[in-house]
Design a protein around this ligand. Sequence first.
Ligand SMILES: CC(C)(COP(=O)(O)OP(=O)(O)OC[C@H]1O[C@@H](n2cnc3c(N)ncnc32)[C@H](O)[C@@H]1OP(=O)(O)O)[C@@H](O)C(=O)NCCC(=O)NCCS
Length: 215
Amino acid sequence: MPCTAPDRIAEITIRSAVRGEETRIASFQAESLRMLACGAYTPAVIDQFIADVGTMPADLISSGRLFVLESQGEIVATGGWCWRQANGEPTSHRPAPNDDADDPEQVSVRRGNDGTVAEITAIYVDPIYTRTGLASWLLGSLEADIARTGINTVRIAATLNGLPLCQRNGYRPYRIMSLRLSSGAAFATIGLVKSVETSGQSGGVRAPHHRHAHA
Ligand SMILES: CC(C)(COP(=O)(O)OP(=O)(O)OC[C@H]1O[C@@H](n2cnc3c(N)ncnc32)[C@H](O)[C@@H]1OP(=O)(O)O)[C@@H](O)C(=O)NCCC(=O)NCCS
């Protein structure tokens, strides 16, 4: 009997992406976006977005914060996170936690003492595995990884098709962003924010079935 995606979840392993596999990962991500975002953007806009912006921040793999879920050596999902300055620009700087009562998003937050926040990015799922909970599992694991740094403000710049996933996982939309592509077309995304529980626990990001096994 052929295996279904849920059957294979027990076989899924997770690892950090490593330098040298940028092309393979970017190609997986581009295919996921083309197939799963086509209800929200035209194929031309998706292709232009990939050409202009790419599917993930340039230094995500070298930062060690891009994670790859695999089944039998095949990539089935990716997800990572990075630091962002208060103005949304990328930074490699790891801030010291600081309570911030003046947060513009009106949530109880702990940001970096310079306003730095964590942003979850590069969430892509193999279309065969969609709606099996992989992205939700990744969000939870990445949030736990971020929380261990002592920062609890997590942002996502979601694709329009990614909005239900983020809202289902407790993210609150706070702005619509429109990126002007080189073709002149607009690529709209939604800025979302969530305040997560901080914890001093360590242990890294583990595969989905490990979480269930210990639940
Ligand atoms: C968006 C994406 C990451 C969702 O991944 P996923 O693994 O299918 O998401 P999950 O299985 O964890 O979904 C959890 C819940 O989110 C909501 N959700 C997820 N995808 C949805 C969709 N396409 N339409 C409506 N609701 C959706 C549902 O409530 C779902 O629960 P349910 O399946 O029990 O109804 C995936 O479709 C994808 O890779 N898209 C292309 C890349 C992309 O746009 N990435 C940016 C995401 S911000």
